[in-house]
Design a protein around this ligand. Structure first.
Ligand code: SF4
Ligand code: SF4
Length: 294
């Protein structure tokens, strides 16, 4: 059994070709710009869409566990996930992110598009959250993917020990691995990440299978927008050949609202990708292919 938040078909930005992206629940980090904050907790989470809600309070009345109160608040500790609130809401204002699936069910779903993968050199991308968080289920999933001839890409934070990485390595064709900062304290303070673990994993991959790695850097205002060149240089030193600079966007904002969480970048505009194009030349000088976007 594996806990997923979503399966997205015909994805074209999560690795080569046409892909099906499977988003897993659970993450070690908590980046304040995250586009998928509903994946952070391993448990299912209630999402409440205030734009659809007419405040009839039916959800509160049908909940036998006092988990919903108004102004709308959901108490995760009281919730038993009976989903009565979701079923009784006539406005479709309530949904739960997170459901358990058998691994062969996931594989069956993904294989429906195998013809498209084969024609486009695509495959499955496993994302999250952090796929390595559900380690045993994740390992089983990638093994079954390889048994079924799928190209496997993983979107990952790299925030786990090297032994864990080594266990998964034979079943992964491509790591889309984040490098969000090179300052350990800043990374820890803002995201909860451990730079030592991440750099260890980058170094190992660079030594043993550099072609399996694309470095991804979400470029975030006031956090790391002044260190793009340093990250490209870091990759050049490790002889990693591709860096994707991902311009800051606010597309996850409505999810933050639906989770009743404050979105720290409410007043920030989406970053213009042209602001990052000068780094393409920086990359050329250093022998690194720099792509703007995923
Ligand atoms: S049942 Fe739906 S529409 Fe009514 S208050 Fe609850 S969330 Fe809002
Ligand atoms: S899932 Fe059930 S227990 Fe949880 S808030 Fe909804 S009605 Fe209440």
């Amino acid at each position: 059994m594996i806990r997923i938040s979503n399966i997205e078909k015909f994805a074209t930005h999560d690795g080569p070709g046409i892909r099906t992206t499977v988003f897993l629940k659970g993450c070690f980090l908590h980046c304040p710009w995250c586009a998928n904050p509903e994946t952070w907790k391993s448990e299912p989470v209630l999402m409440h869409d205030a734009k659809k809600c007419v405040e009839c309070k039916t959800c509160m009345h049908v909940c036998e566990h006092g988990a919903i109160s108004f102004p709308f608040q959901w108490d995760m500790d009281k919730c038993i996930y009976c989903k009565k609130c979701e079923n009784y809401c006539l406005q479709d204002a309530i949904s739960f992110a997170g459901k358990d699936m058998e691994i062969n069910e996931v594989i069956k779903e993904v294989l429906k598009d195998k013809d498209y993968f084969d024609q486009s050199n695509g495959g499955i991308t496993i994302s999250g959250g952090e796929p390595f968080m559900q380690l045993d289920a994740f390992l089983e999933l990638i093994k079954q993917c390889k048994n079924n001839g799928l190209h496997v890409a993983v979107e990952t934070t790299g925030n786990y020990c090297l032994d864990t990485l080594k266990e998964a390595l034979p079943y992964i064709d491509l790591f889309l691995m984040d490098l969000k900062h090179l300052d350990a304290q800043k990374l820890k303070d803002i995201t909860g990440g451990n730079l030592n673990l991440i750099l260890n994993n980058f170094k190992y991959l660079a030594q043993h299978c550099p072609n399996k790695v694309i470095v991804r850097m979400p470029v975030i205002p006031r956090f790391n927008d002044d260190i793009c060149e340093d990250v490209i240089r870091f990759c050049a030193n490790l002889k990693l050949s591709e860096v994707n600079l991902l311009p800051f966007h606010t597309m996850g904002k409505s999810k933050w609202n639906q989770l009743n969480k404050e979105f720290m970048y409410d007043k920030d505009k989406m970053m213009d990708r042209n602001d990052l194009t000068p780094y393409i030349d920086v990359g050329k000088q250093l022998g690194v292919y720099v792509k703007i976007g995923g």
